[in-house]
Design a protein around this ligand. Structure first.
Ligand code: GRF
Length: 202
């Protein structure tokens, strides 16, 4: 399956997805890395690895127009899935709707706890024993789609948000490639295809 990865920043999850895709038997390949920030380090990494990239700064653009350009880039690359990996933009409902069931996100908390920003600071302030990371399907409601996989990460005494974030990141790099591979494999299996056709026929 061909995948477009949307990023805004460092792109360590994108890198983990890319390197995993180069292991024998990977059911997905990264056809495009697209960013809303032309200076995102993720783009330089992708370019160095020979992965096609697309960048368009969102400043001064209507959200619909920026989304449309990102979506076109994904389609032009032949993407069947869009994978958000630290993409810090909320997508328009139309875009989300067209990719329903084919757009994944990774979020640094044990959803449904702590959607949105500052997840680690909130988990520590609440005295939680565990933080974590979740891969989920993207729906209109922020960080609320079906959860496809999670890893819990123990919060240590004296933990800081930055220290916890670093451990969560390590877990994310294990989780995201595995969940994506499982998910696209699921979509390729005949039973799943039948379910898709049925849904379209409704
Ligand atoms: C990750 O922690 C992810 O959960 C969140 O944004 C961060 C992206 O980090 N959505 P990176 O750019 O992949 O290093």
């Amino acid at each position: 399956a061909k995948v477009a990865v949307f990023v805004s920043g460092t792109g360590t999850n994108m890198a983990a997805l890319l390197y995993a895709s180069r292991l024998p038997g990977s059911p997905y390949e990264i056809a495009l890395v697209a960013a809303n920030d032309p200076a995102a380090p993720a783009l330089a990494l992708a370019r160095a690895e020979g992965v096609p990239t697309f960048a368009l700064a969102h400043a001064g653009m209507a959200r619909e127009d920026h989304d449309a350009a990102m979506e076109r880039a994904a389609r032009d690359a032949g993407a069947q899935y869009i994978v958000l990996a630290g993409y810090m933009r909320i997508l328009t409902p139309g875009f989300v709707g067209r990719w329903e069931g084919r757009m994944l996100n990774i979020h640094p908390s044990l959803l449904p706890a702590y959607p949105g920003l500052d997840t680690h600071a909130r988990a520590i302030a609440a005295g939680d024993s565990y933080g974590g990371t979740s891969v989920h399907l993207v729906t209109e409601e922020l960080d609320a789609g079906e959860i496809l996989g999670q890893i819990a990460i123990a919060i240590q005494p004296g933990d800081t948000p930055a220290a916890l974030a670093a451990r969560v990141r390590l877990a994310e790099h294990q989780l995201y490639p595995r969940v994506l591979a499982d998910y696209v494999s699921r979509w390729n299996d005949p039973q799943h295809l039948l379910a898709r056709v049925r849904t379209l026929a409704l």
